[in-house]
Design a protein around this ligand. Sequence first.
Ligand SMILES: [Zn+2]
Length: 239
Amino acid sequence: MGNNGSTGASRKPSRKKPARGVSRRALLIGGGAVAVGGGLVLARDEVERMWWRVPGVEKPRTPGELDYPGATWVAASEANWRRADRPDDFGIDRVIIHVTQGSFASAVRVFQDPAHRAATHYIVGQDGRVVQMIRELDVAYQAGDRAYNERSVGIEHEGFVDRPKDLTTAMYEASARLTASICARHDIPIDREHIIGHVEVPGTDHTDPGPHWDWDRYLELVRRAATARAARSAPPAAG
Ligand SMILES: [Zn+2]
């Protein structure tokens, strides 16, 4: 299960202050005004391209847009994540595996609850369904560690850590396809250094995904899904 942790909570900027993107936007517009005063007028598309390159200035978002086409979108409460512009502001090099300690529905519900102060990007059900609740460009409060939140994409899995039967084949396979997609899109190596459990986040007191999570099986499934994915996207052979 995710949490924002003491580190994440204490460093979370107050909602009253302008977001970093807003202040940089103001700075850029201010700089533009000076340039105009000096007789140096930038073309509109030039300004837009400069804007694009400033980390922390958010990209346009379409409500309901998915990073993983196999998911359906259910928005998490904005209190459970932070707007970002990954990978331009923070590189993504970890996938963090969680187990919910509750039902699929209860996980969706708490991620929609602003009082929960935690959520992951995705939830995978025992039946293999995948819900995306936070965009991958944003930082989910999932690891209890600010640096790990900023560098990772988090996946919850429906079940309890002490119930091995909760870890179904459908869930492993659906999660592996999702992780293969995340790794391909962010160029993350498929290994145990980069695909980790919440328990492996430094300083955490969480134990998920627990002793029954079969890492060898999971990594093998992710590799297989990555191979299938690469074959689908490869251009057809000539002739
Ligand atoms: Zn967790």
